[in-house]
Design a protein around this ligand. Structure first.
Ligand SMILES: [Fe+2]
Ligand SMILES: [Fe+2]
Length: 145
């Protein structure tokens, strides 16, 4: 790939900020980890460092981290009787199946770009929109002790 086409496909990386904090250090830690995984996958895909098997292994590892995080998040939300629990859990399940679709068949170059766009959009949507729905609930529960 020449420099011009590399520049054209380079996507900005995610950058952590306090605005991403959901009020629980364990979940913030998970989110930061997921962000790092997405960024490093982005760099490796753009640098063409991964063959199909390597890419598949990385996506599977990401799915495992995400499922691990979702389980931890759901356990915390259930313990705090978060009223939007069912809907939140449904969002996790639907993401898990969308991610699994990316390992169902080898990914062409354009599909790799789609994957990167999907992951970035998902991260922003998951943390800044969906997870923010429980932030107030977590903070208030903690205040009540
Ligand atoms: Fe979530
Ligand atoms: Fe989350």
């Amino acid at each position: 790939m020449d420099d011009a086409s590399l520049a054209k496909t380079t996507k900005p990386l995610l950058k952590w900020s306090d605005a991403y904090s959901v009020g629980d250090p364990r979940l913030d830690w998970d989110h930061r980890g997921l962000m790092d995984v997405i960024n490093s996958l982005t760099l490796d895909v753009q640098g063409a460092h991964l063959d199909q098997e390597g890419l598949r292994a990385r996506i599977l590892a990401l799915i495992e981290s995400q499922e691990d995080h979702d389980a931890r998040e759901e356990a915390i939300l259930a313990s705090l009787n978060f009223p939007g629990f069912s809907e939140h859990r449904q969002n996790h399940v639907s993401l898990e199946s969308r991610l699994k679709a990316f390992v169902a068949a080898p990914l062409e170059r354009s599909e790799r770009e789609d994957l990167l766009d999907f992951l970035k959009d998902w991260f922003i949507q998951h943390v800044l929109v969906q997870d923010m729905h429980y932030k107030t609930h977590i903070l208030e529960s903690r205040e009540r002790g």
